[in-house]
Ligand binder design. Structure first.
Ligand code: UDP
Ligand code: MG
Length: 309
């Protein structure tokens, strides 16, 4: 059975040869046929050159090169589209997804024909700044509370899937792609293999704290309408509260007259309501921007160069 190995690469010239070497070892041990699909996601370094050389050397290696950086989500989608294997795996090139695990994953799929996918889950976050781990945990908690899909804490994109699940993911052709959510949304039976965090072999991560924060917000906005509900509920309760307040003020003025005090409370109320309105409009804007991008129907990625099959 052929296994397609999808590998998004962004500035990874150093990591690619190491990854390839490690994977070939695993392939020989597994005695399987592999099809490598590397996606050069608009790298600024020699990634494309390394990929050209590798694919000239080895029949199994294919690559796609994007016209610019479209992000890992787009690269994954492109890779899944290209893949022709009955089994498909998605891996990071920095060896943070241990290649040896593929053997166990394959064995689990072989043992249970009802299982559609074996995923992986990091049980430790050693070597990661504590503040990053804290927010990551918080994100999974919020995400699972307020969205319809269940995203397992620490679940990686690294997984081995059967063809029907891959076809399912390809059906989800939306522009705003949050893969962790899409993997969960398509359903199918997935089991997770736990493993300890591994540090990157070469190069450096392209994620900063802020890019991760904005990635989490994307995730929530794309898979939950709870923020919109919160905005409307808050609006509704503030409205009821203001109504009661108005009645109170009118009665108070009728009974006690109108000495011109109460400036501080007026300012407080104006500021409070102003803030609330801005926040609500902000949330609306987030969703509107998603609709905007979605209706444009832009392609998720553009390919500039492709290896010959
Ligand atoms: N990646 C990509 N496009 C991007 C950013 C990252 O294709 O815009 C790839 C990167 O080359 C790597 C994988 O996605 O193979 C994971 O990236 P990284 O190691 O930077 O993320 P981390 O492991 O720190 O979450
Ligand atoms: Mg990494």
């Amino acid at each position: 059975m052929m296994i397609s190995v999808i590998v998004p690469c962004f500035n990874e010239e150093e990591a690619i040869p190491l990854f390839y070497e490690a994977m070939e070892k695993v392939r020989l041990q597994m005695q399987e046929t592999f099809e490598y699909i590397f996606i050069n996601d608009g790298s600024k370094d020699g990634t494309l050159r390394v990929l050209r050389e590798l694919s000239a050397q080895d029949q199994q290696v294919h690559y796609l090169s994007f016209s610019r950086n479209f992000g890992k989500e787009a690269a994954l989608y492109a890779g899944l589209k290209e893949a022709s294997g009955e089994l498909v795996t998605v891996m990071d090139v920095d060896l943070q997804d241990p290649p040896e695990m593929l053997m166990d994953m394959k064995a689990m799929l072989d043992a249970d024909p009802d299982l559609d996918c074996v995923g992986t889950r990091r049980v430790s976050r050693d070597g990661e700044p504590p503040i990053r781990s804290f927010f990551a945990k918080l994100f999974y908690r919020i995400m699972n509370k307020i969205s319809q899909v269940e995203v397992v804490d620490g679940a990686r994109d690294f997984r081995l899937m059967r063809r029907p699940m891959v076809d399912g993911i390809l059906e989800v052709s939306e522009y705003n792609r949050f893969s962790k959510g899409i993997f969960a949304w398509v359903g199918f039976r997935t089991e997770y293999l736990p493993y300890e965090n591994v540090e990157r072999v070469a190069g450096q991560t392209s994620w900063s704290f802020w890019s991760l924060l904005s990635y989490s917000i994307e995730g929530i906005i794309n898979f939950s309408d709870m923020p919109l509900n919160i905005a409307s509920y808050t609006g509704f309760f503030t409205f009821i509260l203001s109504l009661l307040m108005m009645i109170f003020v009118v009665i108070k003025t009728l009974v006690f007259g109108d000495p011109t005090i109460g400036w501080p409370s007026t300012i407080c109320i104006i500021l409070f309501l102003g803030g609330l309105q801005l926040m609500t409009i902000g949330i609306l804007g987030k969703y509107l921007s998603k609709v905007f991008m979605e209706t444009k129907k832009r392609p998720v990625y553009l390919v500039k160069e492709k290896s010959k099959k």
